[in-house]
Write a protein of this length. Sequence first.
Length: 123
Amino acid sequence: MWHTLRSPEVCIFGLDVDVMMPLVNDAGDAVRSGPPLLPDQRRSDIYDNCPAVIRPVHESWCHDFFGAGLDFYQVSPLPMAQLFWPDREGRFPWEDDAADYCRENQPLLWIPKSDTAGPWGTV
């Protein structure tokens, strides 16, 4: 998406790969027909019938998760955005009372790796 659309590359965590890959494509389609992905943006044009929130990925995570992108673009930090999905009640992982499955399956990559505890911080 960065090369073609000058919008950050996107990542999604915590869903089946068969679900996430079409969502990445949907994000590209949304950027082609609308505004670019911006930090802290709430979008309704990516996931069917539910909102998405976009957060920038802190550069400290890029080597752990996005080495192929760094190799391709030969630039660091790589412009990356994380697409978050809500729980069944519409809450995102950082919100009070978000369901455990929503919190546990989506790392908060806008937080520097050094400030993160738990399994995502030990990648």
